[in-house]
Design a protein around this ligand. Structure first.
Ligand SMILES: *Cc1c(COP(=O)(O)O)cnc(C)c1O
Length: 361
């Protein structure tokens, strides 16, 4: 079985460092656990690193963390489904919202459960995913403040998730100004003015004026140690807290040119282009040593794998990763190691066919 090795010490270090860095400018962190499916061991590690708020997009992940006694405040960061409202009120302390119908139903449910539910109102600043349109904000706030058992604890926005829009001084200042106007008009203290995600890191580092921002929701940067505009490593963070370990199951000398009539591969993709890419433009046949590894597209996003050994990834089917081992002298059963990007890690975490191995060294 392939192994995903998860270094808890490195994750704890990253969480602590980011938390302290943001705290220097009075900005809090909601640690986002959706990438690791709300894994309780990892959630616990974030809490040990000083993270007090954990956010996840799936209510099931929040339930899992709560049932495993993770001591944090939980934030549902996906707009709640109507069908999940009883669970949201029961298990999440906060949720991100943008629909009055849903917020009214959260209010009714909170009254029923004798709870206060906190909401963070999402505003779209141009990335075009979730959030109300800015010109509606006063009407929304007015209505929300009237609802029973609902506390408007924050206003948030999000970047670089759908439209690919990056945070800049211009859109961040516009957001701050909007929030300032609302705080002023309604005499509100907001626990969260949540300015975005890992894509805000560079802006945070370079901005002269942080404005009203007092929170970010951070996942990728904490786990993979990179900001998400240019994917540059963040100084002093580990970028290798996760490592994929696969095993060679077949080693054969093979021609680079498939023999017979070509249509397409198992996923309906053209094979010709994919082989040409690895052929250095040469038409004549080449023999290479090809290895099959015990992992495939069911488990991994192939493009997101970065091999630690000097090999070439040729492609993958559902169950095999096919690689050219170049000049290496590998054996059957030998382990090959990979770094993972966000998508590859998400798939690896989600695959039941990859063993999750925790280390703390
Ligand atoms: C996923 C998500 C985040 C965290 O994004 P990262 O890039 O992992 O930091 C923040 N906010 C919302 C609403 C999200 O869906």
């Amino acid at each position: 079985m392939p192994i995903l090795e998860i270094n808890l010490r490195k994750i704890r270090h990253n969480a602590k460092l980011l938390k302290n860095l943001l705290a220097q400018r009075n900005v809090s962190i909601i640690g986002i656990t959706k990438l690791v499916l709300g894994d309780p061991t990892i959630a616990m590690t974030l809490v040990q690193g000083g993270i007090e708020y954990l956010g996840d997009s799936r209510i099931n992940n929040i339930i899992k963390m709560k049932k495993n006694n993770i001591r944090a405040q939980f934030v549902l960061i996906r707009i709640p489904s109507i069908t999940e409202i009883p669970l949201v009120v029961k298990y999440a302390n906060y949720s991100l919202n943008s629909e009055l119908k849903t917020i009214r139903m959260l209010s009714n449910e909170a009254v029923k459960q004798k709870k206060i539910h906190n909401i963070i109102l999402m505003v779209d600043m141009g990335d075009l995913r979730e959030g109300i349109n800015i010109f509606n904000i006063e009407c929304f706030v007015e209505e929300i403040l009237r609802l029973k058992n609902i506390n408007l604890s924050g206003i948030g926005t999000n970047f670089k998730c759908f439209g690919g829009i990056i945070p800049t001084d211009e859109n961040m200042n516009e957001f701050s100004k909007l929030v300032f106007g609302i705080k002023d008009k309604f005499e509100l203290e907001l626990e969260f003015v949540s300015g975005g995600n890992s894509a805000n890191f560079n802006w945070f580092k370079s901005c002269k004026n942080i404005g009203e921002i007092n929170n970010f929701r951070i996942g990728e940067a904490m786990f993979l140690g990179k900001e998400t505009i240019n994917y540059e490593p963040i100084p002093n963070l580990y970028t290798d807290a996760f490592k994929l370990i696969t095993e060679i199951v077949e080693l054969k000398q093979r021609s680079v040119i498939p023999k017979g009539i070509i249509v397409s591969n198992a996923f309906g993709e053209s094979v010709q282009t994919y082989h040409n890419k690895n052929n250095n433009g040469k038409k004549s046949d080449i023999i290479r040593t090809q290895a099959l590894l015990n992992i495939g597209r069911q488990d991994i996003a192939v493009k997101g794998l970065n091999p630690k050994e000097s090999i070439n990834i040729l492609g993958a089917s559902s169950d095999y990763l096919v690689v050219d081992i170049r000049d290496n002298q590998f054996q059957i059963g030998q382990k090959l190691h990979f770094d993972l990007n966000y998508e590859a890690l998400l798939r690896a975490m989600t695959s039941p066919y990859i063993h999750k191995k925790f280390i703390d060294i």
